[in-house]
Design a protein around this ligand. Structure first.
Ligand SMILES: NC(=O)c1ccc[n+]([C@@H]2O[C@H](COP(=O)([O-])OP(=O)(O)OC[C@H]3O[C@@H](n4cnc5c(N)ncnc54)[C@H](O)[C@@H]3O)[C@@H](O)[C@H]2O)c1
Length: 386
C-alpha cells in the first residue's frame, strides 16, 4: 500500500478532480482550472522524482485528469490506475514525451498532452549559451577568477574557438534545432550543415536570404547544406548541437565511433535527451581530447552523471534547465492544464499545436480546445475549427 502524499488543495468543492504531481510556476493555470469547476490538488511532497506508487496514491479512487512531469514513468500501471479512477486526461509538462507509453494510454482511452510552442526559443537560447560557454571556456575561466588565480593578462590565457566563419552542425532540425541554427547563423555568421529525416525548407530559405543580405553589404555570405548522413555533419562541423527526439533511432546516436570522426577541437552540445549520447564513451573521448569540448543540459541517467564527467574541465554541465525561463515555464503549466481541462470538458483539439498564442493571452479567456494532444488521431478526437 502506497504511503499518502502531501498535497495542497484549491477549490475543494470543484466538480472535477485534477491532480498536478508538482507545483508549477505561475497561478494562471490554477485559476483557469478553478474557473471551470475543477478541484486542483498539487503534490507538495519534498521528493524530486515521484515513484509510480506515489502517483497511484495521488490518483486515488476518483481523478479526472493528471498533469505530470518528464521524470515520471507513465506506462501501463499509471494509465490503468487513472482509468480506474475515471480519468481520461494526462498531460506532460514538457514537449518531449519519451517517458510516456502512448500505446498504453490509447488502450485506456486516456488523452496524452504535451506543450510545444513555448519551449522553442528558450531551449535554443540555452543551446546557444552552452555553445558559447564551451567554445570560449567561460566556466573554466570563471572558476579560475574565483579561485584568485588571475594575476594579469596573458597571451595564452583561456584561448578558445572563434565561431564566426566556422560551421555549425545541427542534428534534428525541427522546431528547436531550426531556432538554434538561426541564432548561430545570424548571430555569429556561421555556415550551417544539418541532418534531419525531413528537409528544413524554411531554415534553408532563411540562411539563403541572410547570405544574400551579407553579400549585398560586402561581407562573406553564410551558406547551408543538408547532409545526407549524420556522419557528414559530425565530420564537417565545428560546433554540433543535438536536437532530435529520443526514440530507438536516436538512442546513443553519438557514440565511440561517431565521436572518433569529429574534429579534435569540436564543440558538442546536447539539449535534447541524455541517452542520445553514450555518456561513458563521451567521458573517455573528453579525457583523450582536451581540446574537444561539450555543453550538456541532459544526462543519460539523470540526475546522475557518468563517473569522471564532473572532473573534466572541457565539459560545461547544467541541470536540465533548457526550458527554464519564467515565460516558458508558466506557458508550459498553462498549456498542460488546458490539455487536461479540454479533454475533461469534451472540447476539440487545437488544429495547430505550434501556434498556441491564443492560449497564452492573459487578457482573454483561452479558446475552448486542448492545445496539444499527441494521441488525438488514435483516440479519434475532434479537431477545433477555430
Ligand atoms: N533540455 C530540455 O529541457 C528540452 C526542452 C525542450 C525539448 N527538449 C527535447 O528536444 C526534442 C526536440 O524538440 P522539438 O520541439 O524541436 O521537436 P521537433 O519534433 O520539432 O524536432 C525533432 C526533429 O528531430 C528529427 N529527427 C527524428 N529522428 C531523427 C533522427 N534519427 N535523426 C535526425 N533527426 C531526427 C525530426 O524529424 C524532427 O525534425 C524534444 O523531443 C525533447 O526531447 C529538451
Amino acid at each position: 500500500m502506497a504511503k499518502p502524499v502531501s498535497i495542497e488543495v484549491w477549490n475543494p468543492s470543484g466538480k472535477y478532480r485534477v491532480v498536478s504531481t508538482k507545483p508549477m510556476p505561475g497561478t494562471r493555470w490554477i485559476n483557469l482550472l478553478i474557473e471551470q469547476d475543477c478541484r486542483v490538488e498539487i503534490c507538495t511532497q519534498k521528493k524530486t522524482i515521484l515513484s509510480v506508487e506515489d502517483i497511484i496514491a495521488l490518483i486515488g479512487d476518483k481523478c479526472d485528469g493528471v498533469i505530470g512531469q518528464l521524470t515520471e514513468d507513465w506506462g501501463e500501471t499509471l494509465f490503468s490506475a487513472l482509468s480506474r479512477a475515471g480519468g481520461k486526461a494526462f498531460s506532460n509538462m514538457a514537449v518531449g514525451y519519451n517517458n510516456v507509453d502512448v500505446d498504453a494510454a490509447n488502450k485506456y482511452g486516456v488523452a496524452v498532452g504535451n506543450t510545444p510552442g513555448v519551449l522553442t526559443e528558450t531551449t535554443a537560447e540555452l543551446a546557444a549559451s552552452l555553445s558559447l560557454s564551451a567554445a570560449r571556456r567561460i566556466v573554466e575561466a570563471d572558476e579560475f577568477m574565483r579561485a584568485g588565480l588571475y594575476d594579469g593578462w596573458l597571451p595564452n590565457l583561456f584561448v578558445g574557438n572563434l565561431l564566426k566563419g566556422q560551421t555549425v552542425g545541427v542534428i534534428g532540425a525541427g522546431r528547436i534545432g531550426s531556432a538554434y541554427a538561426r541564432m548561430m547563423v545570424e548571430g555569429f555568421k556561421m555556415n550551417l550543415i544539418y541532418y534531419d529525416l525531413y528537409q528544413a525548407t524554411r531554415l534553408e530559405k532563411f540562411v539563403t536570404a541572410y547570405g544574400q543580405f551579407l553579400k549585398a553589404n560586402g561581407e562573406q555570405p553564410v551558406t547551408w547544406k543538408r547532409a545526407s548522413s549524420m556522419e557528414e555533419v559530425l565530420r564537417e562541423a565545428d560546433v554540433i548541437s543535438l536536437h532530435p527526439i529520443l526514440d530507438k533511432t536516436t538512442y546513443h546516436l553519438v557514440n565511440k565511433n561517431s565521436l572518433a570522426i569529429m574534429k579534435k577541437e569540436a564543440v558538442l552540445v546536447n539539449c535534447s535527451r541524455g541517452p542520445v549520447i553514450d555518456e561513458v564513451a563521451l567521458v573517455e573521448h573528453l579525457k583523450q581530447n582536451p581540446m574537444f569540448r561539450v555543453g550538456l543540459d541532459v544526462f543519460e541517467d539523470e540526475p546522475y552523471m557518468k563517473p569522471g564527467l564532473a572532473d573534466l574541465k572541457n565539459a560545461v554541465v547544467v541541470p536540465h534547465i533548457a526550458s527554464a525561463s519564467k515565460w516558458t515555464r508558466e506557458g508550459m503549466a498553462t498549456l498542460a492544464a488546458l490539455n487536461v481541462l479540454g479533454k475533461i470538458k469534451g472540447y476539440p483539439v487545437w488544429s495547430n499545436p505550434n501556434q498556441v498564442e491564443p492560449f497564452l493571452n492573459e487578457n482573454a479567456p483561452p479558446p475552448a480546445a486542448s492545445p496539444s494532444i499527441v494521441n488525438s488521431k488514435a483516440l479519434g478526437l475532434p479537431v477545433s475549427r477555430l
